[in-house]
Write a protein that binds this ligand. Structure first.
Ligand SMILES: [Ca+2]
Length: 276
């Protein structure tokens, strides 16, 4: 056979399903922030660059959680992905400082559509959100606003056997796939340092196939609470205090990419055809 004929024969021999699966799962970088140089993807008064505090001695972002009577001040921003779709993975490295208090828990970053539903808002077919929560004692949970949720607040799954350690970086990966409309087959799974910690399946994020309901925003979202004083970090006299965490190496991949450890370089395939 000629070289062309051999190549064609090899292509035909590959099952179409295998090709489709490969195309669907090859991760593509769509957003990246390593805080090494301004301007940054987002700005907030409680976030500042911290040279030398990054995973490998580079620059990280220092987040200051300011205790107040609703937990801690909301550090919330919505960052466009410049594309939209049904399946993405958010990765970030986080180090909760020794002064950090988990108290009763709070929010960590995630994903949303054009108009997220958060904070006990009424549900809408094109509205939802998917975030990670830190829990009492450093636990980790999902926190999802979904269709037809049973109460005012989001639904959540956790893992009683895991806790973040303060004073060291952890790699968090949050892999989210939307449901098919009319079905409860979406998921939001949390990985820490490459290990799956929380599996949250059977989710109906969206109730419409409109583009506005697709994943299109990286939600910067971290604060304590809850919305009452018992969620706030306090000192031994009960006065509100500030506590801190560092974040570095925020990336969003289309598809599935689980970071195995803080600062890990992505695989070759993940560098393929991302935006220049
Ligand atoms: Ca960095």
């Amino acid at each position: 056979m000629t070289r062309l004929a051999t190549a064609l024969a090899a292509l035909i021999a590959l099952p179409a399903a295998a090709l489709a699966e490969e195309a669907r799962t090859t991760p593509v970088l769509v957003l990246s922030e390593d805080f090494e140089s301004a301007p940054y993807l987002f700005e907030h008064p409680n976030v500042e660059p911290a040279p030398g505090e990054g995973v490998d001695g580079g620059t990280a972002a220092r987040f200051t959680y300011v205790g107040y009577d609703r937990g801690s001040e909301r550090i919330v921003r919505r960052v466009r992905l410049d594309e939209r779709g049904t399946e993405y993975t958010l990765n970030y490295d986080v180090r909760f400082e020794e002064d950090f208090q988990f108290v009763g828990g709070g929010k960590l970053h995630g994903f949303g559509p054009d108009r997220s539903v958060t904070g006990g808002q009424d549900d809408r077919p094109d509205g939802w959100s998917a975030r990670v929560n830190f829990g009492r004692g450093g636990g980790v949970r999902t926190y999802l606003y979904v269709q037809d949720r049973p109460g005012q607040w989001g639904v959540s799954r956790g893992n009683p056997d895991f806790a973040f350690e303060k004073g060291r970086y952890h790699a968090v990966s949050f892999h989210v796939r939307l449901n098919d409309v009319g079905e409860e087959n979406g998921f939001a799974n949390v990985y820490v340092d490459g290990e799956r910690i929380v599996t949250h399946e059977g989710v109906a994020f969206r109730g419409t196939d409109e583009d506005s309901a697709l994943i299109s925003r990286f939600l910067v979202s971290t604060f304590h609470g809850g919305s009452s004083p018992e969620w706030a970090p306090v000192d031994e006299d009960g006065e509100y205090v500030n506590v801190h965490a560092h974040f570095d190496n925020i990336t969003v991949y289309r598809g599935r990419y689980i970071r195995p450890e803080p600062g890990a370089a992505p695989p070759e395939s993940a560098n393929g055809d991302g935006p220049e």
